[in-house]
Write a protein that binds this ligand. Structure first.
Ligand code: NAD
Ligand code: RM4
Length: 256
């Protein structure tokens, strides 16, 4: 029960990495705020996740709010405080990667990616941090960055800067928020099988190439990311701030 008595917000938690993370946080005793974009699909997925959490006695609520909107952070914090009384952990997970070539990148695709992955999250981190400061007992902020903060992708020129950017935000916030006992870290997943790359990996050769490059010889699963997030959220990581935890099965270090 590493997260007992902690309120944890996980953005974009209805699918993939966010869902696995919300579930594990609840298993570890956290009271979880599941966020989603607010459409019918999001509500349905959130309600099914809450039912799953309740089967083992966990507590969770859901809030629909577009991660790209600068006001979303305040809305999430207000809901968490109203229902659970605090915000102790903020996991910025919601993100998109609409694969597209560089030379003809449409402005709308670029701006939607930047706003969802970086601009909205910037203000959400600010809102969570202000709440943690008001509470006066510290907190943990975790950005789901990516291996793509460190390496590029021809179809990801709009995406990789957001993943480098959110990690950089964690580094600067670690300094800005250290005096309040608020820790800020990044998790950098490698290639994890979720909806975000379903089309990309529908090409069996591409999928096989990625598996072959990975020393642990498989794509990651969303559950592989949940444990490292819980660690950084918990007091076991009490002296860890400004750090990045690469969770990639060894993909990054395999040059040849
Ligand atoms: P996913 O598509 O399964 O999940 C993305 C989640 O974000 C979904 O729940 C979706 O509803 C939500 N979301 C998207 N836009 C939103 C918006 N505007 N408002 C609210 N919610 C929104 O993909 P995933 O792989 O689980 O991605 C989660 C995070 O992990 C992303 O930030 C992604 O960049 C990062 N990541 C993924 C991989 C990977 O290989 N899958 C690797 C590194 C980093
Ligand atoms: C990740 C990383 C993965 C890719 C997803 C979409 O950050 O780049 O390799 O599949 O994004």
């Amino acid at each position: 029960m590493l997260l007992e008595n902690k309120t944890v917000i996980v953005t974009g938690a209805t699918r993939g990495i966010g869902r696995a993370t919300a579930l594990e946080c609840a298993r570890q005793g956290g009271r979880v705020v599941i966020t989603h974009i607010g459409d019918a699909q999001g509500v349905g997925d959130a309600e099914s996740l809450i039912k799953e959490i309740q089967t083992f006695g966990g507590q969770a609520i859901h809030v629909g709010a577009d991660a790209a909107a600068p006001e979303t952070g305040e809305k999430l914090v207000a809901a968490a405080v109203e229902v659970f009384g605090s915000v102790d952990v903020f996991v910025n997970n919601a993100g998109i990667c609409p694969f597209h070539s560089f030379l003809d990148m449409p402005q709308e695709v670029y701006l939607k990616t930047i706003n969802t992955n970086l601009t909205g999250p910037y203000f959400a981190v600010q809102a969570a941090a202000n709440q943690m400061k008001r509470q006066g007992s510290g907190g943990s902020i975790i950005a789901i960055s990516s291996i793509s903060a460190l390496v590029g992708g021809a179809m990801q020129t709009h995406y990789t800067p957001t993943k480098a950017g959110i990690h950089s935000l964690m580094q600067s916030c670690a300094i800005a928020l250290g005096p309040y006992g608020i820790r800020c870290n990044s998790v950098m997943p490698g290639s994890i099988a979720t909806d975000i790359n379903k089309d990309d990996f529908s090409n069996p050769a591409k999928k096989q190439y990625m598996v072959q490059r990975t020393p642990l010889a498989r794509l990651g699963q969303p559950e592989d990311i949940a444990g490292p997030v819980v660690f950084l959220a918990s007091d076991m990581a009490r002296y860890v701030t400004g750090a990045a935890l690469l969770v990639d099965g060894g993909l990054f270090v395999n040059l040849q």
